[in-house]
Design a protein around this ligand. Structure first.
Ligand code: SAM
Length: 591
């Protein structure tokens, strides 16, 4: 292991070595696990030693043991289910089991059925248990897992996605508004309307808390926006520095041109050369990130940006290729979720108009570095008029169901309350009255953020698919299966839902959400579960442990494939349907 050259203090050197060791450790342990050794039941001991060291006279030193780290027995091994594919029932999906979060490890079956396509494959509802599909793994991530699983680059990328998909608003008008408010009234503008306050008669502490919530949000937002402006300007400064060096190089040797440019900069900043060089190192990092991953990567980089650029342990060609490959994906998400973020670029004279408009899923992200494609274009070969309406919640077909919702399974208690039949807690759409947190990103919380997923061009003939931007831990919801709640459709792909009294169809052909783009895999990383929210049956797509940048897949079930004249392209070594008679081209547009 080479000692890092850029470290200026022992602490930095230690930090760099520790980061690089943790980056490599996961791969080493994974290789070991793949040999079939059994871990997870006994405490483990990790011994670390360092070799390749020299003493102050340059003589090599034998290997030194630097640490002996005990890992307790909380490493949960995956479980391979071996039960055969089971029977069909009239239930869709697996019913959510009580308190899944408290289970350490649970075997789950693959129990869902789905169809789409132009042929008739009504989604029949199966409840299969395990079988060759059922590598059901539901483990809680221990702190050790989390540390070992993510490299510095992965953490940096996760930081970008998290801030794009978080509630933050990057908009220069935020700062201007704050400033104008302070200028005109002598204090930041605090918003709670008088009507609200009078109506609710809040206590003094509540009023003060509400006002501070607003002020703190506004100031944090303004400061986050300023931080983005700062890194944009600093990255652009590096470009101007390089341009000035290039200009001076026309009349001076390169080293002298660089020296003169540094002196000019020191004068401008009133800094010593050492101070400038230290800052420049980090700013060059910002510049390189913007150059490869685009401005969105830099603007939305999370808290780790400074460290990432200061220690540069991940500054390899591979990192910049990775960022380059994500450039348009970051832009699709940033442009559609933060329509004004590009206004920040106005400060350095860059175009401020957004490239990708509309809904995040109006765009299909393509191969590494390729621009995203408009969604309808990816279906033109099957349907010239393809269009898709993105729904936040299911749309009941009033022609068939009138004003009733066929998914209703229970009524509220006499006081109008609903109780979750999974966790037993009180459910409410009002976050202050809701205590059910079975799927907090879908129900009962303050404004759900969009799922960090994108529609992507699959490289192997499945047309589009769904890719996860960030890791989705096992047991977390990826989305609700949403579409038109209807009945009586024939010759179309639908999911069939059933309650004790009614059978209904969910059709996603022209309206729905991201779950419509999920492909089948014989080894899926997600599954459907039935869940009841406020007395209404829902079908929730739940992760079995999806890694960042992985395609999200589900098992469509044997029922779906039984009558389908296609081969499965999931590519899994244990694929059940890749050796079939038919090999028709994939025709994925459901109509
Ligand atoms: C719900 S759509 C999934 C999204 C679809 N790939 C698209 O571009 O719209 C279902 C259709 O995708 C295709 N598909 C999904 N999984 C597949 C697989 N493992 N192998 C081949 N085709 C698949 C089939 O055409 C299927 O009818």
């Amino acid at each position: 292991m080479a000692v890092v050259k850029t470290a200026t203090t022992l602490e930095e050197m230690a930090q760099d070595l520790a980061e690089r060791a943790s980056e490599n450790l996961k791969g080493v342990i994974l290789d070991l696990l793949r040999t079939g050794v059994d871990v997870g039941r006994e405490p483990l001991l990790l011994e670390c030693s360092l070799s390749g060291l020299r003493d102050s006279t340059g003589n090599s030193i034998d290997q030194i043991r630097v640490a002996s780290i005990g890992l307790d027995a909380r490493v949960s091994p995956p479980v391979i289910s071996s039960s055969p594919i089971g029977h069909q029932t009239s239930l869709i999906g697996r019913k959510r089991e009580p308190s899944p979060k408290r289970r350490k490890l649970t075997e789950l079956g693959s129990e869902h059925a789905r169809t789409f396509d132009q042929e008739v494959h009504n989604f029949v509802v199966t409840s299969q248990t395990g079988g060759d599909v059922g590598t059901a793994v539901r483990t809680e991530l221990t702190p050790q897992h989390q540390i070992m699983q993510r490299s510095t680059l992965e953490k940096f990328l996760a930081g970008i996605w998290q801030s794009i998909y978080s509630g933050i608003k990057l908009d220069p008008t935020e700062i201007i508004e704050q400033w104008q408010a302070i200028e005109s009234s002598g204090q930041p503008r605090l918003l709670t309307t008088e009507r609200d306050s009078a109506f609710r008669r809040p206590s003094a502490a509540q009023t003060s808390f509400e006002r501070m919530n607003v002020l703190t949000r506004k100031v944090s937002q303004a400061s986050r926006t300023c931080r983005s402006l700062e890194v944009i300007v600093q990255a652009h400064w590096v470009q101007c520095f390089d341009d000035r060096v290039a200009e001076l190089t026309l009349s001076l040797p390169r080293e002298k041109a660089k020296k003169q440019t540094i002196v000019e900069a020191c004068m401008g900043f009133s800094w010593s050369e050492k101070e400038l060089r230290n800052k420049m190192g980090v700013w060059r990092g910002y510049h390189d990130i913007a150059l490869s991953g685009g401005w969105a990567a830099l603007v939305f980089a999370g808290m780790g940006l400074y460290r990432f650029c200061k220690y540069r342990s991940s500054f390899t060609a591979g990192t910049f290729d990775t960022l380059k490959a994500r450039k348009h994906r970051f832009e699709v998400a940033a442009d559609t979720l933060h329509p004004r973020w590009r206004h920040l670029l106005g400060i350095i004279g860059r175009p401020t108009e957004r490239k990708y408009t509309g809904h995040p899923h109006d765009w299909v992200v393509a191969g590494p570095g390729d621009e995203a494609l408009p969604l309808p274009k990816t279906y033109h070969q099957w349907d010239k008029d393809f269009s898709y309406t993105h729904l936040d919640e299911a749309n009941i077909d009033a022609d068939f169901w009138g004003a009733s919702d066929p998914r209703t399974v229970s009524s509220p208690s006499s006081d109008g309350a609903y109780t979750c039949d999974t966790c037993g807690e009180h459910q409410s759409d009002d976050p202050t009255a809701n205590y059910c947190s079975c799927f907090p990103n879908l129900y009962g919380s303050v404004k759900a953020v969009p799922a960090p997923v994108q529609i992507f061009r699959t490289p192997n003939g499945k047309n589009n698919g769904l890719i996860a931007c960030c890791t989705v831990e096992s047991g977390a919801a990826i989305g609700e299966f949403i579409g038109q709640i209807t009945s009586g459709l024939a010759d179309l792909d639908v999911m069939v839902g059933q309650t004790d009294s009614t059978t209904y169809q969910i059709w996603q052909g022209r309206q729905g959400n991201h779950t419509r783009f999920i492909n089948h895999s014989c080894r899926p990383n997600s599954e459907y579960e039935r869940f009841v929210w406020l007395g209404t049956q829902r079908i929730v797509l739940v992760s079995r442990g999806v890694r960042a940048e992985e395609e999200i897949t589900v098992d469509y079930s044997d029922v779906y494939w039984r009558d389908l004249d296609k081969v499965c392209l999931c590519g899994h070594s244990q694929c059940r349907y890749n050796k079939r008679g038919g090999n028709l081209p994939v025709a994925p547009a459901p109509s």
